[in-house]
Ligand binder design. Structure first.
Ligand SMILES: Cc1cc2nc3c(=O)[nH]c(=O)nc-3n(C[C@H](O)[C@H](O)[C@H](O)COP(=O)(O)OP(=O)(O)OC[C@H]3O[C@@H](n4cnc5c(N)ncnc54)[C@H](O)[C@@H]3O)c2cc1C
Length: 273
């Protein structure tokens, strides 16, 4: 495409500063924007975009719907960075092999340019969890991303609040941010990390339960002291829609939680990808 460089000049406003492949289909991508963004709340998201003319990764499949070469394909991504960042942002991205944008994001190299949304939005944040209430964060897959931002931004600011991350995955390699979360678990007395695997190999000595089983068996309260009680603990769910649906239904039916919707009060916050 002759005018591809011109279109890139017009549309792109950021470039890749680092790309860490955790598996062939999971990566941590850091970008720097040309212009600073307004300050954001930990847990919010923005959009990433690339032109349809950009190449796709070597390990992707044919796209299920072909993007026009001059179309700027845009999708939402939660920001993993601490809320004080204004130009450099970190994203944790899972490749949908037949998707439109992610195979193009996976083909990026350090120094390549892309589009990053000018606005950072979303209502999934800690602003309504009082500083003396405990916070339970439950994630699968890239759903861990807003919680990394919560912790990088707030763990030192909420000493009266116990903060727990329950992270579910199939294999250990799918537990994104495992080292950072394990480090925080050792470093902060108010933080607890409970990873659990459903398909672990013999090297894994941790939990091997479904998140739904952990709730039903009272594992979280036994191990951290954090109660599944809406008066004392606010719960945040992010990730696989089935996990989110099951866990939300369990908390509503068995523990009296109410989903937070707009201005209506509630102690259960949900972000679906
Ligand atoms: C608020 C928010 C935050 C998000 N944060 C993150 C994040 O932090 N990290 C992350 O990785 N993702 C995140 N997402 C998801 C992200 O926005 C994209 O949806 C995802 O990356 C897939 O984009 P894509 O263009 O590659 O796939 P798309 O082209 O959009 O395809 C996605 C869907 O299309 C359908 N599809 C794909 N292939 C086929 C096929 N062969 N046949 C039929 N249907 C098909 C499937 O339903 C598939 O899941 C977030 C989403 C939201 C709403």
């Amino acid at each position: 495409m002759e005018n591809l460089e011109q279109l890139r000049q017009e549309k792109y406003n950021a470039k890749v500063v680092s790309k860490v492949m955790l598996t062939p289909n999971l990566m941590i991508l850091r970008v720097v924007t040309n212009e600073a963004r307004a300050t954001f709340a930990a847990g919010q998201y923005t959009t990433l975009g690339l032109l349809g003319a950009e190449p796709r990764s070597a390990n992707s499949d044919a796209e299920y719907e072909k993007a026009a070469p001059d179309k700027l394909i845009q999708r939402a991504y939660s920001i993993a960075s601490a809320r004080h960042e204004t130009r450099e942002f970190e994203f944790y991205v899972s490749q949908v092999k037949s998707g439109q944008l992610t195979p193009r994001l996976f083909a990026l190299d350090v120094g390549d340019r892309l589009f990053v949304g000018k606005r950072i939005v979303g209502a999934f944040n800690l602003s309504e969890a009082p500083a003396d209430r405990d916070v339970l964060m439950i994630a699968t897959g890239t759903g861990i991303t807003p919680f990394i931002s919560f912790l990088r931004s707030h763990v030192t600011e909420r000493p009266q609040s116990r903060m727990v991350v329950v992270q579910g995955a199939a294999h250990q390699r799918d537990l994104g941010y495992y080292s950072e979360l394990s480090f925080l678990n050792g470093a902060f007395p108010n933080f607890y990390y409970l990873p659990t695997l459903t398909d672990a190999d013999e090297t894994w000595s941790g939990k091997r339960m479904w998140i739904e089983e952990m709730l039903a068996a009272g594992v979280i309260e036994k191990e951290t002291g954090v109660a599944l009680d809406p008066e004392r603990t606010h719960v945040y769910l992010c990730g696989n829609p089935k996990m989110v649906e099951n866990v939300a239904a369990w908390l509503e039916q068995n523990a009296g939680y109410r989903k937070k919707k707009g201005k209506q009060p509630g102690e259960l916050y949900i972000e679906e990808f």
